[in-house]
Write a protein that binds this ligand. Structure first.
Ligand code: AMP
Length: 216
């Protein structure tokens, strides 16, 4: 299954992608994670990307397209993948279509997580991840069962993203509406768009996505 998860920052793309990884045994390709890894590795591209990401703006299409193109050539993507945070612009959407056509394949669906903006700011302001395994948590919406201990790996260190602050968040939302939301019409016209209610509980959103995918 080749799937795109589309939605504004904080809409739950990463959370739902992780569920889908387990259900379908295909990898989550998060361009945000890949760019953060490049930034942490200290490569030239990574350093340039970090400044752009911290400000909440978009890294150039060329860079992101190249990263994705290389990644989907890897063996674990042969049976499909979940694109999380990509494409984010119309040129990226064209690029992914071309990449897949060249491999003789195509997208199966674009799941759009529909949410409201005020809730997004709250969700983002409270989120953090385990430094060891990357499991996601939230100050009020999803706390570890034992305070300060990761449910998944037992780790005790957590981190917050530098771009999860109010100013970068405003920029990220503006960028989403200007650059990314046109993809909703683009994929609707292609018959690929599958909107789901992203405001429901994590579990309920997962069930709705499973139903949508089951009916493909
Ligand atoms: P995310 O983890 O998906 O919220 O992405 C974090 C940041 O990485 C974004 O605010 C952008 O600066 C950058 N980024 C991630 N994916 C893309 C993309 N597809 N195109 C451009 N920039 C991206």
């Amino acid at each position: 299954m080749r799937l795109i998860l589309l939605g504004p920052p904080g809409s739950g793309k990463g959370t739902q992608a992780k569920r889908l990884v387990e259900e379908h045994n295909i990898p989550q390709l998060s361009t945000g994670d890949m760019l953060r890894a490049a930034a942490a590795a200290g490569s030239d591209t990574g350093k340039r990307a970090k400044a752009i990401m911290d400000a909440g703006k978009l890294v150039s299409d060329d860079i992101v397209n190249a990263i994705v193109s290389e990644r989907i050539d890897q063996a674990d993507c042969a049976n499909g993948f979940i694109l999380d945070g990509y494409p984010r612009t119309l040129p990226q959407a064209d690029a992914v279509e071309t990449m897949l056509l060249e491999k003789g394949t195509q997208l199966d669906a674009v799941v759009e997580l529909r949410v409201d903006d005020d809730a997004m700011v709250e969700r983002i302001a409270g989120r953090y991840t385990c430094s060891n395994c990357g499991a996601g948590y939230h100050d009020t919406l999803k706390m570890p069962s034992k305070t300060g201990v990761c449910d998944k790996c037992g780790g005790a260190e957590f981190k917050r993203r530098p771009d999860d602050n109010a100013e970068a968040m405003r920029t990220r939302l503006q960028v989403y509406y200007k650059e990314t939301s046109p993809l909703i019409g683009y994929y609707y016209a292609k018959g690929l768009l599958r909107p789901v209610d992203g405001m429901a509980e994590i579990e309920a959103v997962g069930i709705e996505i499973a139903a949508v995918l089951g009916s493909l």
